[in-house]
Design a protein around this ligand. Sequence first.
Ligand code: WT7
Length: 632
Amino acid sequence: MSDRIHTLSGYFHEYQKSVADPENFWARVADSFHWKKRWDKVLDWDFEGPDVKWFLNGKLNITENILERHLYTIGDKPAIIWEPNEPGEDSRTLTYRQLYEEVCRFSHVLQEKGVQKGDKVIIYMPMVPEAAVAMLACARVGAVHSVVFAGFSSNALSDRINDCEAKVVLTADGNFRGNKKIPVKAVVDEALEKTSTVTSVIVYQRTGQEVTMKEGRDFWWHEAIEGKGTQQEAVEMDSEDMLFILYTSGSTGKPKGVVHTCGGYMVYSKYTFENVFQYNPGDVYWCTADIGWITGHSYIVYGPLLSGATSIMFEGVPTYPHAGRFWEIVDKYKVNQFYTAPTAIRALQAHGTEPIEPFKLDSLKVLGSVGEPINEEAWHWYHTHIGKTKCPIVDTWWQTETGGIMVSPLAGITPTKPAYATLPLPGVQLAIMDPDGKEMTGNSVEGNLCIKFPWPGMIRTTYGDHDRCRQTYFATYKGMYFTGDGVKRDHDGYYRILGRVDDVINVSGHRMGTAEVENAINEHPLVVESAVVGYPHQVKGQGIYAYVICDMKNRSEQSLTNEIKDTVTKIIGPIAKPDKIQIVPGLPKTRSGKIMRRILRKVAEGNMDNMGDTSTLLDPDVVEKIIEGRIE
Ligand code: WT7
């Protein structure tokens, strides 16, 4: 932990160094890892392409920095502690030695199935330790993993399989979530009907529910690992070889595959983990995310395990079997750092403080927040009732594309301010842009958040479509990475993230493109056209409000809107299901046919006093009709 910052002046000092000489700064951090061959050059970059390379010609395998590195020093220390959905079921611990052995065994399985360096492997699994083993085994053999959140539909899954031309799918029979037993393998079966590249499916047995196994294609995990060796030579990777692809939503209809590479991601995920959470050897750390999201990648698996930390993995949900489950787990394992999303905090806040009372929570040292802006009320509740006012809250701003945390307090070091992500981490050079594309300098300014210099964990491309990467992130402001978020820098120079400024909404910390939801709605045969906007939601942060033009065919509105919800669930998954669907006679369009979303957002928010200029609308009357039919 040589690159740990301990004081506020230490932070400012490191930050200065990282800006004055980024290459030396990151070379020093990277030196603490095991490289099979050291890099020749630290950085090559150009944001026009974009073309960014870190640690050029360095050779490594990230899993050696997780497994071999810790085998002889902390081999008996828990790497992963798994807490099952059902509190009565036994928990499981994988020590660093056991993790090493499991990853090696499964690496042999992958190779036996013909997986080679560069091959794509889809991981569609519940929150079980084997999901982490699967990721690491891919990395070990040089395969590129793409984890798909197990709540996504078969359509969403087959789209991703097709986009990356995956060779193997790793999955499970089913998934225990609260009082539900969700089929998983059956979804894979359905997805595979629309794909042609997958040659093997390996199924981890979790629920014991019945599944169909296709001869020659489907194999049980426990049978496949039988007799496999517990050692395996890690495949040599270049720093810029792909480590994983993770699909995320943007403002267009189709999710894009964000590509992260081996060297830079390794350096960045570990550095940010140790500094933000101030993790000390022996601490127990828990991030409640799902490995299907970037938070799970960087801060359940890679960051903590690169640091030799003990990382808790929880299979269940915050409110099962009771609203105190999180706190019960904190006490059970004496969790020191706890990292969750504002939506979970708000959902638990709604249950009051009674569910917290039986628990001590005295092991907690640091609380974290991620995924969406945390409102002040939730911040104070978290701080008072969970942190007992003694735990700093790290409000961590970052994105799938950034690979790791970008703006955040360092726990216990950076003075916090409710709802503020505070200051950039070393190596992160922020810029706030005005509507004319000029950088706004000084304090007390508000604009669009950009980053003007590369950092090791950044996106390298969008899989299969490099121009899309350029268009989406590097074309809006010349020479800058554009985040899609609005931001304020206050009088102290502190950053507060204001939310997305593009057509992306954030529902319970899940990122969703409005166009993607519209496309799904339009799949319903009676839908003529639709427009989706976000609106403020008490628990979810944002809810999904859909305006839909339908051919009613004598249907009741009720049955039609239910059918539309089912369609969205089928096409994307339950997380994209609209909260409100309003059947409308028309949409507010300009003469050039563009939907004026500003108006639809105002109606959804219930903010109808000032609709702004509607004179350019093709049919201004439609606004009145929409307001009349507004859903509370
Ligand atoms: C978007 C990225 C990166 C972890 C999980 C989400 C929003 C994320 C914060 C925060 C305000 C936040 C932004 C960002 N966001 N963290 N601390 N405060 N907003 O990853 O799915 O890629 O979404 O989440 O709008 O752009 P993601």
